[in-house]
Design a protein around this ligand. Sequence first.
Ligand SMILES: *[C@@H]1O[C@H](CO)[C@@H](O)[C@H](O)[C@H]1NC(C)=O
Ligand SMILES: *[C@@H]1O[C@H](CO)[C@@H](O)[C@H](O)[C@H]1NC(C)=O
Length: 210
Amino acid sequence: MMVGLDAFFFFFVWLLFWTPSAFANTEKVIFSVPDTPSSALENVINGSNLDPIGQLSPAGSPEKLLLRIELPREFPTESAPRGVDSWVLLKDLKPGARYEARVCWAATTPSDFWLSVHSSLDSSGPSSDLYLKISAIASYYTINATLMENPEPVLVDIILDEFLLGVLPRSLLNVGLFIVVVAGVAWYAGFHLIHWLDGITRTGLKDKVA
Ligand SMILES: *[C@@H]1O[C@H](CO)[C@@H](O)[C@H](O)[C@H]1NC(C)=O
Ligand SMILES: *[C@@H]1O[C@H](CO)[C@@H](O)[C@H](O)[C@H]1NC(C)=O
């Protein structure tokens, strides 16, 4: 009977392991907001030259943590191995806090993304505004010449997530609790089911012997 219980247990561990990857393809970058302007991020850019496609802000009312948008992409070339750059303004971040920015896209639009976060030269005062750079290339092959020449934009969700206590992404908290509760209930139910089946088998055997 222990074999049955072990199998059950491993099945749920396996489920836990795979659940985060069930949503979509994801690329992410984790960063800390500089406390002071002098400790700006390494890659400083001149923000006044940029034309952001949108902005995300954890502090606004209502807060904006999700941006669903179509990003331009190209096939990589020698001069632009990472395709097209798009910029998102990350506004009113908490100085010193840790965040994760994620890009999620459907597996039906094969693409590769590179994410990086930059401080801006033109920001005065604490650098609580940062820029997220998303570089996008198309990564498919098709016999359709139009699509090989001009890849269509890719629909993505851009998500800004604060780490609670510096370790747990806020948006995963509910999902995490849900998985733990479901796994716990299922394990408990499975345990009793197996005991019940065990009981029936034993009774059956006894009847046979008798
Ligand atoms: C940033 O770019 C703008 C526009 O090109 C320019 O006027 C400004 O001087 C630049 N800032 C710095 C600090 O280089
Ligand atoms: C190629 O793809 C484009 C865009 O999806 C479509 O409009 C066009 O009909 C396709 N051409 C061929 C030959 O399938």
